[in-house]
Design a protein around this ligand. Sequence first.
Ligand code: COA
Length: 162
Amino acid sequence: MRTAIYPGSFDPITYGHLDIIHRAADVFDKVIVGILKNQAKSPLFDFDERVEMIQEVTKEYPNVEVVSFQGLLIDFTREQKADVIVRGIRAVSDFEYELMMAQTNKQLNPDVETMFLATSAKYSFLSSSTVRELAVFGGDISPFVPDYVREKICEKLEKRRG
Ligand code: COA
């Protein structure tokens, strides 16, 4: 049984993330989407909202689970009895940071491998903050997020505007 962790902030999840999740779900027996409770970023969605959204948009994949975590990724990987961390590489600019993270995690636990999937070219420019910014200024985000997520973003922004 091979279990992989796909970690990130997912604020919100985009088609770029889903591309990686779907492909990882075809390769591994189980994929755990790990949502980092990162206090450094000020989020649009709280963790429960992100868990719910990701569960909704991954429901056709029975081997995908969604869990939020705090602290070190490598500790979360151990807790979840996973042996692989999956990361998407969007462009060469991602590589240096990803390599550093993979090597640090390998040092912390040599039994855990990091595997990289090349993000599909059509999503290579995408990030959650791009989607948030587009939405705030009324841009069309439908090419970047599923309808369900787009509706949740619109609802959230409506509430914020009062
Ligand atoms: N498609 C679309 N967007 C993508 C993407 C993809 N395939 N891959 C990355 N992105 C986006 C993310 O949405 C994110 O956007 P944002 O900055 O606008 O929110 C950005 O690219 C950066 O992504 P990522 O590098 O995955 O950052 P993250 O904050 O989502 O996740 C962790 C980083 C959680 C993996 C990392 O901080 C971590 O492991 N932290 C735990 C603490 C720890 O163990 N530290 C030691 C590590 S050595």
